[in-house]
Design a binder for this molecule. Structure first.
Ligand SMILES: [Zn+2]
Length: 467
């Protein structure tokens, strides 16, 4: 008989309740949950006082991505190792199709980077840098192959930006297959105008990045996307929502019957634009926070926390896109528009949300598990294999100790980046153990099975009925 493992006496976090009890793992799956007594020969792990959570699902990463003349600091090895240490057991990374390239070719490139290199299970979204008839001809075979979500950009003029007629056509083609499309919502034409204007004025420090991307540009793009989608009612979502204005636009669209799913990120919940300093700042430290969309105001953070708790925002990804400060961010010392955009976050996603969300009373533990795991599993076609603690599901389990207290230091993280935007943050709660399909890969906060045994996940069609 196959040996079983009993995770004994913790708080089992389910979507609508929390039970005190145990979880039995057999092989790669959960065999039972509830009031269980140890069986003969079984490995028993004491978990009193800890939460049992479904393994985290990270919805938004750019690992090993070539961008702005350089490549991200984290590849699939370091990125997924960091994710594992932080309680994430599934990552969804963006394939980046280049202009003129087939989706099939881009996907092959991504498998070349990821296969055999991941410490956790992984799947892909198909990121598009253009939209045309050739790509439309390929979309059915991509969905057939288990990639059921696409992504398009309303920003990055000439490099990736799509406009309303293309958005309509893409959404229609995707929806006909039952797939979904995520959109980067910012007005790319106007960003370009402002970047040119600031540079012409000699405004070249990192401070000016945010000036070229005001919150109205996000709101406007969300409304424009929703206006297109009012004609189609196609599955879609807004990626990395960053503003109160954007959220209220989504809510107004919902009132008009346009169903929009929204993702936000820890940086928009926890960091604000004071990190960019002032127009007179001599320091280049602000480059660490150059990302798109940029950091916003405190009132935006509060609106996003509220939206997350209330069911207006459905899940949290990090947009992990790491560049070292030395040598990479520094490429833009003389011109903010040359600073590689992005920041690390994959390792701290779960614990930041726990510490500032649950421990600070902004959401309960059940909502926490929904926005870090269950909703993403449903929307991205992985449920109930992933995203829930129940008999028959993969034994992807996080044991979180809510009593621990610690301070973030980039030196102690597994991310391969020379800084973290969360340096010095005081956190409550720690990821104690992590199981990937029944294997205890993290024990007492340390990676104990350091193997690239992550599997590629072919995904089902999205399930839209999440809150
Ligand atoms: Zn992104």
């Amino acid at each position: 008989m196959e040996k079983t493992v009993l995770l004994k006496d913790g708080y089992i976090v389910l979507p609508d309740q929390t039970l005190t009890g145990s979880i039995r793992i057999k092989g790669e799956v959960i065999e039972a949950i509830g009031d269980l007594s140890p069986q003969e020969g079984e490995t028993v792990i004491e978990c009193a006082g800890c939460y049992f959570l479904p393994g985290g699902i990270e919805t938004h990463t750019h690992l090993q991505l070539e961008s702005m003349g350089t490549v991200t600091a984290d590849d699939f090895q370091s990125g997924t190792r960091a994710a594992l240490a932080g309680g994430t057991t599934t990552v969804l990374d963006f394939v980046s199709q280049e202009q003129g390239e087939t989706m099939a070719h881009a996907l092959e490139r991504w498998h070349g980077k990821a296969d055999g290199n991941c410490s956790i299970d992984y799947g892909f979204h198909m990121g598009l840098s253009e939209w045309n008839e050739d790509l439309k001809g390929e979309i059915a075979s991509i969905v057939e192959g288990g990639i059921t979500s696409f992504k398009a950009y309303m920003a990055y003029k000439d490099r990736m930006m799509v406009q309303e007629d293309e958005i309509y056509d893409l959404l229609e083609a995707s929806d006909r297959l039952g797939a979904t499309v995520g959109f980067h919502c910012e007005n790319g034409l106007l960003i370009d105008v402002l970047v040119k204007r600031e540079r012409a004025l000699g405004h070249l420090s990192p401070y000016y990045h945010q000036i070229t991307r005001p919150d109205e540009f996000e709101e406007e793009a969300i409304v424009r996307l929703g206006t297109v989608n009012q004609l189609l009612h196609a599955n879609h979502h807004v990626v990395h929502l960053s503003t109160a204005r954007g959220l209220s636009a989504i809510n107004r669209l919902r009132d008009r019957g346009v169903r929009t799913i929204a993702e936000t990120c820890p940086q928009y919940l926890l960091l604000d634009s004071s990190r960019y300093g002032t127009p007179a700042s001599e320091s280049f430290e602000a480059a660490k926070f150059i990302m798109s969309p940029p950091l916003r105001e405190r009132r935006d953070q509060e609106a996003l926390w509220q939206g997350l708790a209330d069911g207006e925002i459905q899940f949290v990804g990090t947009d992990h896109c790491s560049f070292n400060f030395k040598g990479q961010k520094e490429m833009g010392r003389k011109d903010f528009s040359k600073i590689p955009n992005g920041a690390p976050g994959i390792e701290l996603r779960m614990i930041l949300l726990y510490s500032f969300g649950v421990d600070r009373g902004r959401m309960d533990i059940n909502r926490f598990s929904e926005v870090t795991s269950t909703n993403a599993a449903k929307y991205f076609g992985l449920y109930p294999k992933k995203g829930i603690l129940q008999a028959g599901s993969d034994a992807d389990i996080v044991i979180l100790d809510p009593r621990a207290e610690w301070t973030v230091s980039s030196a102690a993280l597994h991310e391969n980046c020379d800084y973290t935007p969360y340096e010095g943050f005081s956190l409550k709660g720690k990821i104690r153990d992590v199981f990937l399909r029944g294997r205890r890969k993290v024990a007492s906060g340390s990676i104990v099975i350091d193997e690239r045994d992550g599997r590629y996940l072919k995904r089902d069609l999205p399930f839209m009925d999440i809150r």
